[in-house]
Ligand binder design. Structure first.
Ligand code: NDP
Length: 255
């Protein structure tokens, strides 16, 4: 995998999978654009990426705000003059089932996890067409399997998979690929930010040893490697793919 001369934009680069993806792409020679809301975290990630290439362009922003997405794409073009890879990674999880969820939760989760991807991809596509670039979305095992208790999240991630396939078909003739990764439980800040306390999270990770065939949760780095693969020329004949990075969890059934 070699991203020398390629411009890669990563959302949610301030933490977890996005931060790991930033470091992975940096090691592979990419010129980076990093975005997220937490400026301090973004700067720390940027410094970690800067050993290999020039310092990444950091553009703080909220992916649910259309003006921020417009600024993000404009800043990318202004700095690098092109875009080769869009990694739609930013996302949130919230617990809630059909008996206790509410429309505010639905809007928050859907706006962050799918509406933002819809909008940012829309803005990026004219530039990706010019470079015959590609898109990698970060979905979830929840996009391809069903779990109770995180209803809005499940729906938002299922939408990411459908979006991935449809966009792949729409852009294939123009030489633009679109794929997604579907991580299983991955050790990041996601679940604690979604409301789990330390003790519950420890139990959740222990339980993950039984819910993932490979007997453990995954690391952000493992997901980052899969994102880089799909974005690279090694995956030149893959589009519309949902790639599980979940220790086999998608294939498991209770027995
Ligand atoms: P983290 O909480 O560690 O990181 C989430 C990232 O998303 C942060 O960089 C955060 O940035 C960003 N983000 C969230 N909301 C917004 C927003 N409104 N605007 C801009 N950025 C935003 O979690 P992960 O790294 O785990 O999550 C990354 C992706 O991976 C998500 O889409 C998640 O659903 C998916 N995933 C994670 C799994 C896991 O077990 N961890 C499993 C399956 C999928 P900031 O706070 O700076 O805005």
């Amino acid at each position: 995998m070699n991203f020398a001369g390629k411009v890669v934009l990563i959302t949610g680069a301030s933490s977890g999978i996005g931060a790991a993806a930033a470091e992975t792409f940096a090691k592979l020679g990419a010129s980076l654009v990093l975005t997220g809301r937490n400026i301090e975290n973004l700067k720390e990630v940027a410094v970690k990426c800067s050993g290999v290439n020039q310092l990444p362009l950091v553009v703080p922003g909220d992916v649910t705000k259309e003006a921020d997405n417009e600024k993000l794409v404009a800043a990318t073009l202004e700095k690098y003059g092109k875009l080769d890879v869009l990694v739609n990674n930013a996302g949130i999880i919230e617990t809630g089932n059909i008996e206790n969820t509410n429309m505010e939760q639905y809007d928050r989760v859907m706006n962050t996890n799918i509406r933002s991807i819809y909008h940012l991809t829309m803005l990026a596509v004219p530039h990706l067409v010019k470079t015959k670039g590609n898109i990698v979305n970060v979905s979830s095992v929840n996009g391809i399997r069903s779990f109770p208790g995180v209803l809005a999240y499940n729906i938002s991630k299922m939408a990411v998979d459908q979006f991935t396939r449809c966009v792949a078909l729409e852009l294939a003739a123009k030489g633009v690929r679109c794929n997604c990764v579907n991580p299983g439980v991955t050790v990041t800040n996601l679940h604690k930010r979604g409301g789990m306390d330390d003790e519950t999270y420890d139990k959740f990770l222990k339980h993950s040893q039984t819910t993932h065939a490979l007997g453990r949760p995954g690391t952000a780095d493992e997901v980052a490697q899969a994102i880089a693969f799909l974005a690279s020329d090694l995956a030149s004949f893959s589009t519309g793919v949902s790639l599980p990075v979940d220790g086999g969890r998608h294939a498991m059934c209770p027995r």
